[in-house]
Every structure is written in C-alpha cells, then in structure tokens.
Write a protein of this length. Structure first.
Length: 89
C-alpha cells in the first residue's frame, strides 16, 4: 500500500497542488497590482513637495553663492552634474 500511495501523492502535488498554488498567487498579484486613487494622490503630493524642496535648495544655494562664493569647500564633478540636471528640469 505504501508503494502505491507515494506516487499518487507526488503526482497529485505536482499536477494539482503546484499549478493551483501558482494560479492562486498570479490571480492575487493581478487583483492587487494597481495603485489606488489615494496612492496616486499621495505620490503626486510627494512629487510636488520634492520639486518645491529642490527649488528651495537651488534658491538657497544661489543666495549663498552670491553672498559668499567660498561657502562650499570644494565642488565635485558629481555635484556639478546634479546642478546641470536641476537647471535642465
């Protein structure tokens, strides 16, 4: 009896249990895959806040540059690349 029970269990797990498990989670991922309206609004608010903070930082840096050009100890190439990106956007 034990010799016939093991193959039946293995076959049923492979051909019934595993596909069911995969299809179950694929269905769950598709159902919960999108953003809610509240999530989209929160992302928009965070994007606007980040843009405003970036503008404030740029304004502050321009003010400090005009009042004291040596306030930065050393401007690296990475920082100047960030400034170029900020000016482009």
């Amino acid at each position: 009896m034990h010799e016939t029970l093991v193959p039946i269990v293995v076959v049923s797990v492979l051909f019934l249990g595993l596909p069911w498990l995969i299809f179950h989670y694929v269905t769950q991922w598709k159902k919960n895959g999108g953003l809610t309206v509240e999530d989209e609004r929160l992302l928009d608010d965070m994007h606007d806040m980040a843009r405003r903070l970036d503008e404030r930082l740029g304004t502050l840096e321009r003010i400090l540059d005009s009042q004291d050009p040596a306030w930065r100890p050393r401007q690296s190439t990475e920082r100047s690349h960030d400034d170029d990106w900020r000016r482009d956007n």
